[in-house]
Design a protein around this ligand. Structure first.
Ligand SMILES: O=C(O)c1cccc(C(=O)CC[C@H]2O[C@@H](n3cnc4c(=O)[nH]cnc43)[C@H](O)[C@@H]2O)c1
Length: 230
């Protein structure tokens, strides 16, 4: 039997898949859905790096899982990505962990020699999902994780000059760090709800992003359940 941990920041991001699971099976404690061939545990961590890191670490110390799937919406740094597009994030960085210099530029903790850029789980300051390369069903992109969503043109321009990342979230790097440290296979799947641009909340397509994200999750879970519940 496979044990899967589905991790999202908020319940609204995974509400459709949760509803689908609930139509198939009544959950046990801790939102665990048990099928003969698969156990799916759903964990909502709250928004942001500290909450995600604590909740995921606790979950991984309390039970054994074969795979963690981090699912959620995200901002796109690249306008070539369509709103509603679903991607697999294959690398992550803690993008605002550092210092702001007197000229407004940003220096990360690796350049300041405060974190060793090649000490596990980092590779040249990045975290790479080596487990995720086995999965090839979505476009693969690089991601960054931030504490503060970018919404001010000069800081967005500055960010785009210094990263080749295509998506921005608030939890991805916490999942990468924790899973890589525990050598736990994992995937980060994100659907684009908005562009990282001067703040314009009205332009966010959250409903579309959630619908597409949950369609992908449903296909994955249905496959793992040998398509007996479609
Ligand atoms: O209503 C808002 O203004 C607002 C601002 C930030 C996040 C949200 C959420 O709905 C939180 C859910 C989730 O969304 C991820 N997310 C979505 N877009 C972005 C982004 O442009 N930059 C970073 N994170 C983003 C994030 O992982 C949150 O957990 C609402």
């Amino acid at each position: 039997m496979k044990n899967l941990l589905l991790v999202a920041a908020t319940e609204f991001e995974i509400a459709p898949i949760l509803k689908w699971l609930e139509t198939l099976k009544a959950p046990e404690a801790n939102l665990k859905f048990s099928f003969p061939e698969l156990e799916v545990t759903v964990l909502t961590t709250g928004v942001g790096l500290p909450l995600a890191m604590f909740q995921l670490t606790r979950a991984l110390t309390l039970a054994r899982f074969d795979l963690v799937i981090n699912a959620g919406i995200a901002g796109a740094l690249d306008k070539q990505l369509e709103l509603g597009a679903v991607v697999q994030v294959v690398s992550e960085t803690f993008a605002d962990l550092g210092v702001e210099e007197a000229d407004g530029s940003f220096t990360d903790l690796f350049k300041l020699n405060l974190i060793n850029p090649v000490a596990p789980p980092f590779q040249d300051g990045k975290m790479v999902n080596t487990f995720g390369s086995a999965y090839d069903f979505l476009p693969k992109v690089h991601g960054i994780t931030v504490n503060k969503v970018h919404g001010y043109a000069p800081s967005i321009d500055n960010l785009k000059r210094h990263t080749n990342a295509k998506v921005e979230s608030m939890e991805g790097a916490a999942v990468f760090y924790t899973c890589l440290m525990y050598q736990m296979p994992f995937l980060e799947i994100r659907s684009i709800s908005n562009y990282v641009e001067p703040r314009n909340r009205d332009a966010w397509e959250i409903a579309l992003a959630i619908e597409n994200l949950n369609d992908v999750l449903k296909n994955m879970l249905a496959g793992l359940l040998e398509n007996r519940y479609e």
